[in-house]
Design a protein around this ligand. Structure first.
Ligand code: SF4
Length: 347
C-alpha cells in the first residue's frame, strides 16, 4: 500500500503497517541513509545533476539521515527546508573569506581531552564523536573528534579537572551528540559527575530526540529522573516541520523525567529566515512543551557560507517576530564570539 504522510510518500507492506515492529534506536541509527543517491531515491529526486553535486559536499562531510527524519521531508521537493539541512551540495566546497574550520576557536579552550572550558562556571564534555544526523551547517563539521574523545579510563583524568575547579557548577554533555552513547555509558558518566559536590546541574545538548525519537528510552529517563542534579535538555530544532507526534512523545518522556526542555535553533538562509516560519516554530515548540531559548546566527564555518543570514537582517527579523509572539516565545538572538565570556546578544 502507498501512504502519503504529511510530507513523504512511502510504500509500506500492509502487515508491516498494522503490526509495526518496534525497531531499536541503534538499528534505526545503523539503517540511516548514508549516500546522496539513497536519499534522492527515497524522496523521488532522481535528477542526476543534483546527485552529482551532492557528491562533492558528501566527500567533505558525509551525509547521514535517519529514516525517522527523512520521512518528514516532502517527497519530490528539492527545496524542502528539512532536506536542505541534510543534503550536501557542491557549494560546500567554495572557499569563502572568513569561513574557517574552527570558527569558535574551541581548540584553545580544551585543557583536557574531551573537555571545553570557555565560560566561567560551565564546562562542556564531548561525550560522543558523532551524530545521528549530519547537519550541513554544523560548526563542528571539521572538529577533530578522534583527538578529543577520551577512552573510558581517560575520563577519570578529564573529570578530575572539574573536581579541581569549584567554580564549575554546570556540566554540559555535548558532542557530536551525547545521546549517541549507550544508556549504560551515560549512566556511568552521570554517576561520575554526581560525585563532584560543587556540580549542581547537568545539561544535555542533543538532536537525537528530534531525528530518532525512540532514542528517549525508559532506561535513559529513569537514570535522569533519579539524578540528584538539576536536569536541562536543550534540543536543536530549526523548522516546525521537524516536530511530529513522535518528537512530541519523546519530549513528554524527557519532561516526565524531571528535565526542563529548551530549544536552540540556527537561523538559516532559505530554511527558517522568515517571520512566518519562526513564529510557527515558536508556537509549535511551546505546544510540545519546549521553551524557545536561543536563535543563533550562523557560526562562520567553512562549507556553510550559503546558509548565512547577515546580522542586520537577523535583527530585523526578530524585531518583527516580537510583534507576532508573546515575549516568552521570542528566542534570544545571539552570536558566539570567540574569547567572550558569554554568548553575545544581537539586540
Ligand atoms: S546534531 Fe548538532 S553537533 Fe550534530 S551535526 Fe547537527 S548541528 Fe552538528
Amino acid at each position: 500500500m502507498i501512504t502519503r504522510s504529511r510530507h513523504a510518500v512511502q510504500i509500506i507492506d500492509a502487515d508491516t503497517e498494522i503490526n509495526k515492529p518496534s525497531v531499536s534506536w541503534q538499528t534505526q541509527l545503523k539503517d540511516a541513509i548514508r549516500t546522496p543517491e539513497a536519499l534522492c531515491n527515497f524522496l523521488g529526486l532522481d535528477n542526476s545533476v543534483w546527485q552529482t553535486e551532492a557528491q562533492e559536499g558528501h566527500a567533505l562531510f558525509p551525509i547521514r539521515v535517519p529514516l525517522a527524519y527523512a520521512r518528514r521531508i516532502q517527497a519530490g521537493n528539492p527545496d524542502d527546508p528539512l532536506l536542505r539541512q541534510v543534503l550536501p551540495i557542491a557549494r560546500e566546497t567554495d572557499s569563502i573569506q572568513g569561513f574557517i574550520s574552527d570558527p569558535l576557536e574551541e581548540a584553545e579552550h580544551t585543557p583536557r581531552p574531551g573537555l571545553i572550558h570557555k565560560y566561567h562556571n560551565r564546562v562542556l564534555l564531548i561525550a560522543s564523536g558523532g551524530c545521528a544526523v549530519n547537519c550541513r551547517y554544523c560548526f563542528r563539521r571539521h572538529f577533530p573528534y578522534q583527538e578529543n574523545i577520551p577512552s573510558r579510563s581517560e575520563w577519570h583524568n578529564t573529570l578530575e579537572y572539574v573536581h579541581q575547579h569549584p567554580e564549575i557548577t554546570e556540566v554540559i554533555l555535548s558532542g557530536g551528540d551525547p545521546l549517541l552513547s549507550t544508556d549504560d555509558r551515560l549512566a556511568e558518566l552521570i554517576t561520575q559527575i554526581e560525585q563532584i559536590p560543587h556540580v549542581i546541574r547537568l545539561r544535555v545538548h542533543t538532536r537525537l530526540p528530534v531525528v530518532i525519537p525512540d532514542r528517549v528510552t525508559e532506561a535513559l529517563c529513569q537514570r535522569l529522573s533519579s539524578s540528584r542534579l538539576q536536569r536541562v535538555v536543550v534540543l536543536h530544532i530549526n523548522h516546525p516541520a521537524e516536530i511530529d507526534e513522535d518528537v512530541i512523545s519523546a519530549v513528554q518522556r524527557l519532561s516526565s523525567a524531571g528535565g526542563t526542555v529548551l530549544n536552540q535553533s540556527v537561523l538559516l538562509r532559505d530554511i527558517n529566515d522568515s517571520v512566518a516560519v519562526l513564529a510557527t516554530l515558536s508556537e509549535r515548540l511551546f505546544a510540545a512543551g519546549i521553551m524557545p531559548y536561543y536563535l543563533h546566527v550562523l557560526d562562520p564555518v567553512a562549507g556553510a557560507a550559503h546558509f548565512d543570514v547577515p546580522d542586520r537582517e537577523a535583527v530585523e527579523l526578530v524585531d518583527e517576530l516580537r510583534t507576532h509572539l508573546a515575549g516568552f516565545l521570542v528566542p534570544k538572538l545571539v552570536r558566539e564570539i570567540p574569547g567572550r565570556l558569554s554568548k553575545t546578544p544581537l539586540y
